[in-house]
Design a protein around this ligand. Structure first.
Ligand SMILES: [Zn+2]
Ligand SMILES: [Zn+2]
Length: 171
C-alpha cells in the first residue's frame, strides 16, 4: 500500500509494502527504464502535527547502457529511505522534506519513491571495469578484439616532433 489514509497513520504506524511495475507510467514518464519491478517496504508513522515519518527500503534493477561500449546493462539499485512528509505550513525552507497538501486525506508515497529512485540511479555505468569501449574511428566494439585502425594520432605531439626533428620533414 503506497497510498496511505492519514487517519490510519494517526491511529498508529502503518506498514507500507508495495510494488511499482517496471512500465508504470509514473516511472516511464520520468524517463526511467526498469528491468525489474520496484519493491518497497517500510513503515509510516506520525511525527507530530502535520508531520509524518517514513522509513523504508526499495529495490529494483535499472535498464541502462555501458557508457563506453553502449551495451545494454542492468544495474541493481537498492536504497534505504528516511523521509519526512509535512504540510506546507510546517515545512521549513529547503529542509529536504516532502510537502503534501494540508487537506489531503491520504499520503501518496509513489512520487517520493520516484524522486529517491532518480537520485539513486548511477550516472556512469560500465558493463565491466575494464570495458575497452568502441573504436572512435570505425565504431567497432574493442572488447571483441582490435579493429585494425591506427591508434589516434595526437596532433600536439606531432607538432612538437616537427619542431625538434626538422630533418624528418619530407624526404
Ligand atoms: Zn562496455
Ligand atoms: Zn577501428
Amino acid at each position: 500500500m503506497l497510498r496511505v489514509p492519514l487517519v490510519e497513520v494517526r491511529a498508529g504506524a502503518v506498514d507500507t509494502t508495495g510494488e511499482l511495475a517496471a512500465d508504470d507510467p509514473l516511472l516511464t514518464e520520468a524517463g526511467i527504464l526498469l528491468a525489474a519491478p520496484l519493491r518497497v517496504a517500510g513503515r509510516l508513522s506520525s511525527a507530530g502535527e502535520g508531520k509524518y515519518y517514513w522509513r523504508a527500503h526499495f529495490e529494483t534493477a535499472v535498464s541502462t547502457e555501458c557508457r563506453r561500449c553502449l551495451k545494454a546493462v542492468e544495474v541493481p539499485v537498492s536504497q534505504p529511505l528516511a523521509i519526512v512528509f509535512t504540510t506546507p505550513g510546517e515545512a521549513a525552507e529547503d529542509d529536504g522534506c516532502y510537502v503534501f497538501e494540508d487537506r489531503a486525506q491520504a499520503l501518496d508515497l509513489t512520487l517520493a519513491v520516484r524522486e529517491e529512485l532518480l537520485l539513486a540511479i548511477p550516472g556512469f555505468v560500465e558493463c565491466r571495469p575494464d570495458c575497452r569501449g568502441l573504436c572512435p574511428t570505425c565504431g567497432a566494439d574493442l572488447n571483441d578484439g582490435p579493429c585494425g585502425c591506427a591508434p589516434a594520432a595526437d596532433a600536439r605531439w606531432q607538432a612538437l616532433r616537427a619542431l625538434t626533428h626538422p630533418e624528418e620533414k619530407g624526404d
